[in-house]
Design a protein. Structure first.
Length: 160
């Protein structure tokens, strides 16, 4: 899985389906969100995912947003956190973004990112940043994301 960092300013004209984007409001929405996230991260069990989200929240302010369609069904999920750094400045980081397999290729990804941009605006953050899988690069480029030269890399601390 090759990832490339990219970012975009939260602007653009709304097109495509409408989603209500907000935090999960009940346990059913949480369950649906975790099941959709599991499509993106099948190597992490749903129970482990919930535990990791709960553990990350106080450290990073990571939280989930769900995208609900006209039938009030969760069809998309984004894991987000505010961030800042000298090289990128203040931004809303999208760690995870996924549309359920049954709802892909209908514009819900674009609609979900509009909701993420609305949240960035609400928080006073001028940009959205994410790491894109190589297979999704065209999708993000069509939305106006600019790809950076940096390549994310990591190592286990015990290896250093």
């Amino acid at each position: 899985m090759s990832l490339s960092p990219c970012d975009a300013s939260p602007t653009g004209e709304p097109t495509g389906p409408r989603l209500v984007v907000r935090a999960p409001a009940n346990e059913g929405e949480w369950r649906s969100a975790l099941e959709i996230l599991h499509e993106l991260r099948p190597d992490v069990s749903i129970a482990e995912m919930r535990g990791r989200i709960d553990a990350m929240r106080p450290l990073t302010a990571y939280r989930l947003l769900v995208g609900l369609d006209d039938r009030v069904e969760v069809v998309a999920v984004a894991g987000i956190r505010p961030d800042d750094g000298l090289s990128r400045g203040p931004h809303l980081r999208v760690d995870d973004l996924v549309v359920s397999e049954a709802h892909r290729d209908r514009g819900f990804g674009r609609a979900m990112l509009r909701g993420v941009a609305d949240e960035a605006r609400r928080l006073g953050l001028p940009r959205v940043l994410l790491d894109a899988r190589h297979s999704a690069r065209g999708f993000y480029e069509r939305l106006g994301f600019a790809f950076r030269e940096a390549e994310p890399c990591m190592i286990d601390v015990d290896a250093l």
